[in-house]
Design a protein around this ligand. Structure first.
Ligand SMILES: [Zn+2]
Length: 285
């Protein structure tokens, strides 16, 4: 079948979502994005190109569950895109590599900590996966070498534990400056970009967000939607960059309401960000 512009536009417009036993599948252009929850609150994501047959897993939290999801769809795993070295993101690497012979791509700065790493990459690198460009974003802060994967032509970004819906990752190995820069770089992506993130923390993130910006109507609406989704056992991933720009306090350091509530009305954005991160650390514990 010819890959004309019209074909592509038609397929892109025909987005559909199909429920599977424990996940949901979206089809955009030639790619299918399958999202599921594993371990207790980790998000698994499988990206499948039905033309090339390639399938990539974003991180590998749980080899057995990823295999189950692959089997359900009849997909073979060709790649793993590793975001960072934490065990709940790499525990499945070796078992999946042994089973599928997949290629593992991951952060060069953590190369000694990524089991089975084949292809180290760093912020600013690009590579081609299944005929499309993948850009690497440097997201140091949560860990020292954390990276995100951005597919501009498919309007999808895989943020790992750097940017969550309504929140951001904890800062374990980096500085506040690094974390601030890592999180704010997502603000320039197209608002329609789908944001895939590493954990289902959205409901507790919403409670924190409301505590610092209760007057934000879009946030109140999103929080109610999140409560409804979680009550029915549905997932909050993916979000979109546009939704996060309207609701995520860590992307809203310019908000006068947030600044008033933090008593930081004239401080730099990074001061507001740092205070939000410190407050959230206490809020969630
Ligand atoms: Zn992590």
């Amino acid at each position: 079948m010819g890959s004309t512009f019209a074909d592509h536009a038609l397929e892109a417009a025909a987005k559909d979502i199909i429920d599977s036993p424990k996940g949901s599948l979206s089809r955009m252009s030639h790619l299918a994005f399958h999202v599921f929850i594993c371990r207790s609150n980790n998000y698994g994501v499988l990206v499948h190109d039905h033309k090339s047959g390639l399938t990539s897993s974003i991180d590998a939290p749980d080899a057995a569950e990823i295999k189950r999801q692959l089997d359900y769809h009849g997909w073979q795993l060709s790649h793993i895109f590793t975001t960072h070295h934490h065990g709940d993101h790499v525990d499945g690497n070796m078992a999946l590599k042994q089973q599928y012979g997949c290629t593992i791509i991951g952060p060069a700065a953590e190369s000694g900590q990524i089991p089975g790493l084949n292809t180290p990459v760093s912020g600013g690198d690009t590579f081609t996966w299944s005929g499309r460009e993948v850009q690497i974003l440097d997201c140091s802060g949560h860990t020292k070498g954390h990276i995100a994967y951005y597919m501009p032509s498919d309007e999808a970004v895989f943020a790992g534990d750097t940017l969550f819906s309504l929140g951001c990752g904890r800062m374990f190995e980096g500085t506040m400056e690094q974390m601030y820069r890592s999180v704010t770089q997502f603000k320039v992506l197209a608002p329609s970009t789908r944001l895939y993130f590493g954990h289902e923390y959205t409901q507790s993130n919403a409670r924190f967000a409301l505590s610092v910006e209760p007057g934000n109507a879009a946030l109140r609406e999103r929080a109610a939607e999140v409560d409804r989704l979680r009550a029915e056992g549905s997932m909050t991933c993916p979000s979109t960059i546009g939704e996060e720009l309207r609701t995520n306090p860590f992307l809203r350091t310019g908000s006068q309401e947030i600044r008033r509530n933090l008593h930081l009305e004239t401080e730099d954005d990074i001061e507001v960000f740092g205070q939000l991160r410190r407050r959230k650390d206490v809020f969630s514990s």
